[in-house]
Design a protein around this ligand. Structure first.
Ligand SMILES: C[S@@+](CC[C@H](N)C(=O)[O-])C[C@H]1O[C@@H](n2cnc3c(N)ncnc32)[C@H](O)[C@@H]1O
Length: 207
């Protein structure tokens, strides 16, 4: 429970921000420019996840469940989704998805997964290496971690400025930096696909 992780006075600004946005996060991301961006990011994900139908999948930093629901639609089973914002977890009401309120850095599940997805969460955490290492710990043999991150380009820097206005800094990743972070987490970057204007999806395996 988030209350067990943080007292009310010390909820980190990132989580305070997402908790406030949870009630209309799904609807807002399904309209306008954001929906256009989402469709292309999801297509890049689909190109990099490999086969997972009938296999277990984990969505770390699931938000209102955009990817968790698509994993279930594509036949992943079971689908487990983790987020530290209780309001996001509450917004993810799909009977095929098991939700867990927890921190992506420390959550420790009993299951191992064919696919672990991190969509738009690594830029918000204090230690992306620790989060990727935790994702690796949850992989079954031959499994894959797929992550969407913002690139370090002009559009990415605008995205970072947008978040600065909400009182926190986010990380941007160029490809060599992401490969370094993945390697430090015990993962090997096997494929990357940029998504205009500032996203990049990376697929990783545990050697
Ligand atoms: C940009 S949203 C992306 C949500 C979802 N993956 C999507 O694509 O719609 C980032 C999510 O990460 C969650 N988050 C941020 N830091 C977290 C942490 N340390 N542990 C768990 N969740 C976290 C936020 O609550 C938020 O729901």
């Amino acid at each position: 429970m988030i209350e067990a992780c943080y007292s009310q006075s010390e909820v980190p600004p990132v989580l305070a921000y997402f908790r406030k946005r949870a009630s209309n996060y799904g609807a807002a991301s399904a309209t306008g420019l954001w929906a256009w961006q989402r469709r292309r990011e999801a297509a890049a994900f689909a190109a990099l996840t490999g086969e997972f139908a009938g296999r277990p999948a984990l969505d770390l930093g699931c938000g209102a469940g955009f990817y968790a629901i698509r994993l279930a639609d594509a036949g992943a089973h079971p689908v487990v989704a983790v987020d530290a914002a209780p309001e996001m977890i509450a917004a993810l009401a799909d009977h095929r998805v098991q939700t867990v309120l927890g921190d992506v850095t420390t959550v420790a599940l009993e299951h191992r997964f064919r696919l672990v997805v991190l969509a738009g969460v690594l830029e918000f955490v204090a230690d992306p290496i620790a989060v990727l290492a935790n994702a690796r710990r949850h992989l079954e043999a031959g499994g894959r971690v797929v992550a969407l991150v913002p690139r370090d380009n002009c559009a990415g820097r605008l995205y970072r400025r947008f978040h600065r206005r909400h009182g926190f800094a986010i990380a941007l990743f160029d490809r060599p930096r992401f490969a370094f972070v993945a390697e430090r987490a015990g993962l090997t970057l096997v494929r990357s696909q940029a998504v205009f204007p500032f996203g990049e999806v990376h697929a990783m395996i545990a050697p």
